[in-house]
Design a protein around this ligand. Structure first.
Ligand code: ATP
Ligand code: MG
Length: 155
């Protein structure tokens, strides 16, 4: 279906605003333009739910989570940035593998199965997008993904 991406993303984040810890703040950095994405809304919501729950799970007290949408030539780039524990360089490419979890002890305490990002990757790739992570230990993590946008007709 055709989804007007920015208002859709607002709705997803609003749902988390209602349930999150009060000491974490959300910042949204979205363009004003109308951006249409052809996507399976339930599946992309599952992707965002996992990325946002991870960001909340690893955020410190008083941390900020920054949501960004950027319009590129033929894609949008969506990112979710946290100020949490971060991910060691050696693990960065592996977090999208099934059952991969950084630091078993830490992850066990926080719960989860290690499937969330593997599913996210499958869904994003099936939509013709890419997903990746940037991170600095003790500084935070940013998860990025792209999705193709509907091209404006010329003329
Ligand atoms: P599930 O999503 O299945 O409940 P999970 O959250 O452990 O379990 P993924 O979402 O696939 O699994 O994430 C894989 C691993 O990547 C996590 O266990 C964690 O070690 C690391 N990780 C993911 N997001 C972050 C983040 N924002 N900050 C720090 N580490 C992260
Ligand atoms: Mg997860």
């Amino acid at each position: 279906t055709r989804v007007h991406f920015v208002p859709y993303f607002h709705r997803v984040i609003d749902r988390f605003e209602l349930t999150k810890k009060e000491n974490v703040s959300f910042v949204r950095n979205f363009p004003d333009e109308k951006i249409i994405v052809h996507m399976d809304e339930d599946k992309i919501t599952q992707v965002l739910d996992n990325i946002i729950s991870n960001a909340l799970k690893y955020s410190p007290q008083g941390g900020t989570i920054t949501f960004r949408v950027e319009k590129l030539e033929s894609d949008i780039r969506v990112s979710v940035k946290d100020e949490g524990v971060g991910i060691p360089k050696a693990d960065l490419s592996k977090i999208f593998e099934r059952f991969y979890r950084v630091d078993k002890a830490r992850s066990r305490k926080l719960g989860g199965t290690g499937l969330g990002l593997a599913i996210a990757k499958e869904v994003v790739v099936a939509h013709g997008g890419r997903i990746w992570a940037e991170s600095q230990e003790r500084k935070g993590t940013t998860i990025y993904f792209t999705l193709p946008i509907e091209q404006q007709k010329k003329g």
